[in-house]
Design a protein around this ligand. Structure first.
Ligand code: LLP
Length: 438
């Protein structure tokens, strides 16, 4: 998919670049981002919204993969950006991302984070709870600012891949509950706060979703709420944000819908509900993360050791693992992989791909079909663009890999490989523990 293919040498090529050359130039493990595919996904969202005729913002959920180069691409593609911490905000600001197109999320924004965002002139805060509502108003008042907000509501729709459920009351750490009246009370309080301007509401129903029904259900609940709020409180929502969650294909059996179908389901439902209510059509925002970058990422590893337990299992170990991709260990997530340097050879054996961390659970793929792998072969694991680099750690003091963006035969470094000096950069030996100087 994307620009990936097998070239004449039988090597995996991405963005017109031979991955064996990438391994030589940048080393492994290496995250490779197919830039054309990221841009294609971005434009699929934008085009689908344009087709609806509604006003919109597509805010890339940078939590999926927040690095400055990615912010630059998001800007060029006309996207907005969703950030959830001072770190993600700083990354966006350092990349020169237009601050008015940044939305600030999170269920425990600290006063420092709020002040930083206010000083930067952020476009919108997505307010999560009553404490934040009043804190934000007070901090904005101190600076003489009026800030645009959305209120995050918990619509009582929960979606997981194939199943979605509608619950009256939802046990979630996020947002104001719709069913128990908290959402309405929050809007009432927000209207009364002088330094806040309520644009509308936000709802996010889950991640890696393959169906549109959950989104339709959420739109219905939010639409009913819009009617109630306009009738009872006289506020008309200008913006409705439906969050992210659009699924991608990791392995066979994953059946995501085309992006246009997710967007179409949302915009159709909005148009029909708001037209029926004789309401002005709101602006629609979404926040895709995984579906923007997930399938554009590939991680390249070198196979370093192998171990066969006759009659049980063969392990091959790669030079990364749960430190660069914690998803299999955390969520039992599945991935597909091939030998990048022998990409058109037939599969001959079944192996389990182990990482190098000192932890038995550090297995990237269980029962992967491969040609008979040799030490030194390159393993390419697909669909690692989202929540991989973003969730990478230094467990065992393993260094985070480099990230390269490839496009039209060119490979450019987007994140340097961590150095050993990076590993100890923040360490301090307190004076009383230091060796006596001679
Ligand atoms: N908006 C909000 C408010 C969210 O909480 C999330 C994801 C998104 C947007 C983006 O959702 P996406 O389009 O990426 O599904 N670490 C997990 C995923 C956590 C998702 C958290 N929130 C994983 O690796 O699967």
């Amino acid at each position: 998919h994307g620009t990936s293919k097998i070239n004449a040498k039988g090597h995996l090529e991405i963005g017109g670049v031979d991955t064996t050359d990438l391994a030589k130039e940048f080393g492994t493990p290496l995250y490779i981002v197919d830039e054309a595919l990221v841009r294609q996904r971005a434009s699929e969202y934008v085009e689908a919204f344009k087709a609806s005729g509604l006003k919109f913002q597509v805010a890339y959920a940078s939590k999926a993969f927040s690095v400055m180069a990615m912010c630059a691409i998001a800007e060029q593609e006309g996207l907005s950006l969703d950030v959830v911490s001072d770190g993600e905000l700083y990354t966006a600001l350092q990349a020169g991302f237009p601050v008015e197109r940044i939305h600030f999320h999170g269920n425990n924004k600290t006063p420092d984070e709020i002040n930083m965002a206010l000083e930067a002139g952020i476009g919108c805060f997505v307010v999560d709870n009553f404490v934040e509502l009043h804190l934000l108003n007070a901090l904005a008042a101190e600076k003489g600012l009026t800030v645009k907000i959305l209120l995050r509501i918990t619509p009582g729709v929960e979606a997981h891949t194939h199943d979605y459920i509608s619950t009256g009351q939802q046990d979630s750490k996020f947002g104001f509950d719709l069913a128990n009246g908290a959402a309405k009370k929050a809007i009432q309080e927000a209207i009364a706060l002088a330094n806040l301007e309520v644009l509308g509401v936000h709802s996010h129903i889950g991640s890696q979703i393959f169906e549109v029904d959950g989104f339709r259900m959420a739109v219905d609940k939010v639409s009913q709420f819009a009617v109630e709020i306009r009738k009872d409180l006289g506020l008309t929502f200008q913006v409705i944000n439906l969050g992210g969650g659009f699924g991608i294909r990791y392995v066979e059996g994953d059946t995501p819908l085309p992006i246009a179908q997710y967007v179409g389901a949302i915009t159709d439902a909005i148009i029909s509900n708001f037209t029926a209510a004789e309401f002005p059509l709101p602006e629609i925002w979404v926040e895709p993360g995984r579906s923007m970058v997930g399938d554009a990422g590939t991680t390249l590893y070198t196979i370093g050791t192998a171990k066969e337990i006759p009659g049980v299992r063969k392990y091959i170990a790669v030079d990364g693992g749960m430190t660069d991709n914690p998803r299999p260990a955390l969520y039992q997530s599945e991935y597909e992989a091939i030998l990048a340097n022998r990409a058109n050879e037939a599969n001959e054996e079944t192996v389990t791909v182990a990482g190098k961390a000192c932890e038995s659970g550090d297995k990237l793929i269980i029962d992967l079909e491969l040609p008979k792998a040799n030490i030194g072969d390159l393993l390419a694991v697909f669909c690692t663009g989202a929540y991989n680099y973003a969730m990478a750690s230094n467990y065992n003091r393993i260094r985070r890999p480099a990230v390269v963006f490839v496009k039209d035969g060119q490979a450019d470094l987007a994140v340097q490989r961590e150095s050993l000096d990076n590993i100890v950069a923040n360490d301090v030996i307190p004076a009383r523990l230091r060796k006596a100087e001679l």
